[in-house]
Design a binder for this molecule. Sequence first.
Ligand SMILES: [Zn+2]
Length: 213
Amino acid sequence: MNLKIPIETSARHIHLSQQDFEILFGPGSRPTFFRELSQPGQYACKERLTVVGPKGRFEKVIVLGPCRSHTQVEISVTDARRLGIPSVIRQSGDLDDTPGCLLIGPSGKVQLEKGVIVAKRHIHMTPVDAIRAHVKDNDIVFVITTSYERSLIFSDVVVRVDPSFSLAMHVDTDEANAFANEDHPTGVILKLFNGHTYSLQTWADELQAGIDR
Ligand SMILES: [Zn+2]
């Protein structure tokens, strides 16, 4: 039986360090709970910020809580184009050599030197889910999605396993629109190459070079 994975769309959002939070929203201020997210302990805040790049800006971008050790802005490739910054695909927290941006809040501004990423698509799951799906933390898998007329196989999907997680695949708005995202889309992990990890880029290069697997 394949594990049916709910696919959730992450719109652009911001994680803030406590220090940056206080610069933007005032000394001593703390995130205000707005609503729960699917991952336990994570929540959307009432606070909103303006994100500014060389070519454009986004107003009222949602802040997620709780505060983290480093400020991180997550956007889509389309968003990066509109801001005029490079789109760098990374796992959450891997912020070296990523572009920055300007954040504007009601009480101040923060010029980020780095921290703007396009999140690498990923699946959150518990250790029990991982056993059922025959995968482990940091595995790279293929996921085939349900859709109407536009199903898609995503490659390069990172598996993240932690007891605190709840089963969900996270994609950004570009990725969701690419498979004509329904109300409650789901996907299953596809075992290609005998279930071994394989880079789709390598596969594409091989096919173009006439190598058939
Ligand atoms: Zn996630």
